[in-house]
Design a binder for this molecule. Sequence first.
Ligand code: HEC
Ligand code: HEC
Length: 186
Amino acid sequence: MVFVLKRREVIAAGVLFCAILALVAGGCASSGKGTLSEDDLGIRKGSLFQEKSVVPAHGEYSKAEAGTSKTIERAFENSPPLIPHDLTGMLPIAETGNLCIGCHMPENAAGMGATPIPKSHLMDLGTGKDLKGKLDGKRFDCMQCHVPQVEAAVPVQNLFRGEFRNEQGRVRSNLEDVLNEGVTAD
Ligand code: HEC
Ligand code: HEC
């Protein structure tokens, strides 16, 4: 199909084009005063073209010894709890030694005032097999999922808010109870 534009339409299109051009040009010209330099563009306020002097902001880890620290509210329901206490002398976790277990296995936790390792870690989550109180090997390296926190000023505020279906979820997990929620077995 061939469009044949009438003269009036050509003039109208021309006028519109000029108007847009004027707007764009005007916009560019007026932005001259507030132009950002390349050092101001990024969040880190420094050159984005070299990394030499870039040091990520890093605060201090908790110095409160295990037994004297305050647990941190869970980020969301059944999230891995954050480590509130000092870890000096406890890392790295090795095949020959895992101090976390010494305080956190259910049989030791009560005496230590520590949160016991939950049932979800004492079973094979893939098959549902109960490991009868033994830690699943996949859970041995606690630091893969549980991390300590630092107090640091954040350049961009995180607006995420966790949802909890009940108040208990803020301080305890119950993954093994809700894992199959909404799933019907044949
Ligand atoms: C000397 C005993 C001890 C050792 C060793 C230990 N913890 Fe703890 N942990 C505690 C106690 C006690 C608490 C409760 C907070 C407190 O009283 O300081 C706790 C709290 C926690 C919490 C928070 C639990 C919650 O309910 O929010 C996590 C996660 C944790 N520890 C992980 C670890 C990991 C990982 C290791 C090994 C790197 C470890 N802990 C080593 C005693 C210990
Ligand atoms: C693969 C990831 C992963 C590893 C490895 C892991 N955890 Fe967890 N942990 C979780 C998650 C996710 C939760 C919360 C959901 C649940 O209970 O399973 C949790 C919950 C916990 C809780 C809170 C229990 C409660 O009742 O609120 C403790 C304590 C804990 N883990 C300790 C440990 C320790 C100690 C180790 C190492 C021996 C470890 N975890 C290894 C992911 C992990």
